[in-house]
Design a protein around this ligand. Structure first.
Ligand code: ATP
Ligand code: MG
Length: 543
């Protein structure tokens, strides 16, 4: 049988079939390429860093992310050089990739790499076998790395915050203790001081024990300085807040400081337009004096003390351990050319009772209280120093929009007066010594020992009472409540607050509510008589 002759139609259909076969076979042929491309697209679109290394640690393939981070020219270069800027394989040896080459297993670790701009990036890195040779041994290893820089920074920030919180809690606890001790000591000192003042008042200048009494008084004053440092550290004692000019305060302090330290050359560079600060001048003076004395000690009394005041904003306070609150600040820098400090000393200088000075020369409370005081003023204090190269303290205090208030200096010495004083103190010994002091300078005195009694005595006698000296911490309603009740009875009541220490902010609160003044225990007869006169003078000049 003869085979059918192919007709045209048949030929047509065969060609069609062949064409279809051809397409099919082409598809089969194209499939691995297509797959490879698809695979490549997939790899390139992965956000994590991927790169493949051969046994000699040459990078033989990298995805887009890797090239973006380390540069487009990384293929063919050594991984340790590209990722770690090293000249030889990474330590500890063998590195992650080599371990995978050795045992064919997956290995992972955390590492630091350096990108093309020199910035450090933190990676979590996994190495796995990518290709094997005919014997099944790893021929190429692929590393997949995730950038965990942000996560790591957040963790670091968190642990820094926790550390700061711990320090703050420690400071708070020691502060409460310090404040409590200061209060009790101030009351003790008050009673000693009061009695000395009274004896001295009666004693003529030729009396043989007068000198001894004066010595005791000096020690009381040293004790009072110590308690005021404790109060500063406890962030208490910021009572007489006024809008003041820091330059002026500096000039005043330097005048006395320079007189006693003639070998020190003082250079001043004060901004003429320096903003006003709202501060307790007495406390800021305490901070500055301590820093000046420290500088003088560090220079053994001879060298340069350079002072600079300038207006800044929080933006200029970069690279600090703390995050400053936004706003304007007044910056004072105090530089000395003294012995400087090593890192270990710097870390401890704000700790209470840390001193390198010999016994009897330093208590180590100066900077601890400076820190507390500046903090209580919403400011910051920094130090920069190198052993043998001098020291610079930088003090930032928030600037105020208020107008400067003149600090009126009172006359020195005892000022006699007349009128009636209601003296309020829960400690009977102090009330008694206070009464004697006041009577000695001419006042008639009424006494109250707690809040309730204060209100009762005031209600009965308010028309005759010229001024109330009010203790802050008292049983049966504290000083704050007593003040409000007296104010209800007589809106013009004149009150001088007195305290050895006050519960948080209470004194400041009362002062803000219009109280007329504050006197810190232990006070001597001079301070007391001057403060009373100042308030009463205003009272009489108003009428
Ligand atoms: N300008 C400085 N140069 C070198 N060291 C300093 C300087 N200021 C402070 N120090 C170091 O810091 C320590 C603590 O200072 P701080 O003022 O708190 O206490 P103090 O001066 O030792 O005692 P106090 O101030 O209670 O009399 C000092 O003993 C000293 O070692
Ligand atoms: Mg000091």
């Amino acid at each position: 049988m003869m085979a059918d002759k192919p007709t045209y139609e048949k030929l047509e259909s065969i060609i069609k079939e062949l064409k279809a076969e051809l397409v099919k076979s082409k598809q089969i042929e194209e499939s691995p390429r297509e797959n490879k491309e698809k695979f490549n697209v997939m790899l390139q679109s992965i956000g994590d860093h991927m790169s493949m290394m051969d046994k000699e640690l040459n990078i033989i393939w990298a995805n887009k992310t890797a090239k973006k981070i380390f540069g487009n020219d990384i293929i063919g270069r050594k991984c340790f050089e590209v990722y770690h800027k090293r000249k030889s394989s990474c330590e500890p040896y063998p590195c992650l990739t080599l371990k995978t080459f050795q045992d064919g297993k997956v290995h992972e670790h955390y590492t630091e790499v350096i990108d093309k701009n020199g910035e450090t990036i933190y990676f979590h890195c996994t190495a796995n076998v990518a290709l094997r040779d005919k014997k099944g041994k790893p021929k190429a290893v692929i590393e997949l790395s995730r950038d965990i820089t942000e996560q790591k920074r957040a963790e670091e920030e968190k642990s820094k915050l926790e550390a700061r919180l711990q320090v703050a809690q420690k400071m708070e606890a020691i502060g409460t203790l310090a404040g409590g001790i200061a209060h009790d000591f101030n009351n003790l000192l008050m009673s000693i001081q009061g009695n000395i003042s009274l004896i001295l008042l009666d004693m003529d200048s030729t009396y043989p024990y007068r000198k001894r009494l004066k010595n005791i008084e000096k020690q009381v004053q040293r004790g009072a300085k110590l308690t005021s440092h404790l109060l500063g550290y406890a962030r208490k004692g910021k009572y007489e807040v006024k809008a003041i000019d820091l330059n002026q305060l500096l000039e005043d302090i330097l005048e006395t400081f320079a007189r006693t330290r003639k070998q020190i050359t003082i250079q001043q560079d004060f901004a003429e337009d320096l903003s006003v600060i709202e501060a307790d001048a007495g406390q800021i003076e305490q901070v500055l004096l301590n820093i000046f004395i420290n500088a003088s000690d560090a220079m053994h009394g001879c060298g340069n003390l350079i002072l600079r005041s300038i207006n800044v904003t929080h933006k200029e306070m970069k690279g600090k351990l703390y995050k400053p609150k936004s706003g304007n600040y007044v910056l004072l820098t105090v530089t000395d050319t003294g012995i400087g400090m090593n890192k270990k000393t710097i870390e401890r200088i704000f700790d209470p009772f840390f001193t390198t000075k010999e016994m009897g020369r330093g208590t180590g409370l100066g900077l601890a209280s400076a820190y507390g005081i500046i903090k209580a003023h919403g400011g910051y204090i920094d130090v920069e120093s190198k052993k043998g190269q001098g020291t610079t303290f930088s003090i930032y205090i928030p600037a105020s929009e208020k107008k400067e208030q003149q600090v009126v200096k009172t006359a020195e010495g005892v000022i006699k007066g007349t009128g009636t004083v209601l003296l309020v103190d829960d400690e009977k010994i102090i009330a008694k010594v206070g009464q004697d002091l006041l009577e000695a300078v001419g006042y008639r005195v009424l006494i109250a020992n707690d809040g309730k009694e204060t209100i009762e005595v005031y209600r009965k006698n308010w028309k005759n009472i010229d001024i109330v000296i009010l203790d802050m911490v008292m049983p049966n309603s504290g000083g704050g409540e007593a003040y409000d009740r007296m104010k209800e009875i007589n809106p013009d009541v004149k009150v001088l607050l007195s305290s050895g220490y006050s519960i948080d902010g209470e004194a400041t609160n009362i002062l803000e509510r219009g109280c007329n003044g504050f006197i810190q225990k232990p006070f001597n007869i001079n301070d007391l008589s001057q403060k009373i006169r100042k308030i009463l003078e205003k009272k009489f000049s108003q009428h």
